[in-house]
Design a protein around this ligand. Structure first.
Ligand code: CA2
Length: 152
């Protein structure tokens, strides 16, 4: 297959609990863009980078784990904003480790300027790197970093 016809590598963009509320509450922390705006941004940035994205949001830990398990077969990399599960979920950490796909952890807000309980992440230990504090632009930054990782 020539480069021109090569299929774009599919990156999974996962959003966890309450991120379906983006743009509807707390704009001073999370901005005014909705989850649909964020997912459109991801598709546009992926196209620009020659990647494909599959977006998934759930408020349920088990549904997120099921999607991560599917990513082992279906996706080349994972960008994850695990929401509050970041700070609590050994189960998500274990699922990401088992997926064996390069993972980038993302937060819209700068969690280190916030409450102490947001300073610890179970996801960081199984991630290539972490992007936080750049608002929803962080999703574009994460995809740029993922494109570089997958090109190696
Ligand atoms: O900054 C981030 O992206 C967070 O992952 C967001 C989580 C929070 O628990 C993490 O500590 C940091 C919360 C997501 C809630 O999103 C909302 C968005 C709009 C309105 C209400 C909640």
């Amino acid at each position: 297959m020539s480069d021109a016809t090569a299929k774009a590598l599919p990156v999974l963009v996962l959003n966890g609990p309450n991120l379906n509320m983006l743009g509807k509450r707390q704009p001073e922390i999370y901005g005014r863009e909705t989850l649909a705006d964020v997912e459109a941004l991801c598709h546009a940035e992926a196209t620009r980078l020659g990647l494909a994205v599959e977006c998934f949001q759930s408020n349920h830990e088990g549904a997120l784990i099921d999607r991560i398990q599917a990513a082992r077969e279906a996706n080349s990399g994972i960008v994850i904003n695990a929401g509050a599960y970041t700070h609590t979920s050994v189960a998500l950490m274990d699922a990401l480790a088992a997926a064996e796909r390069p993972t980038i952890e993302l937060h819209i807000s700068n969690v280190f300027k916030r409450e102490a309980f947001r300073h610890h992440s179970y996801i960081s230990a199984v991630s290539v790197g972490v992007i936080c504090g750049f608002g929803t632009h962080g999703y574009a930054l994460a995809l740029q970093a993922m494109a570089r990782i997958l090109s190696r």
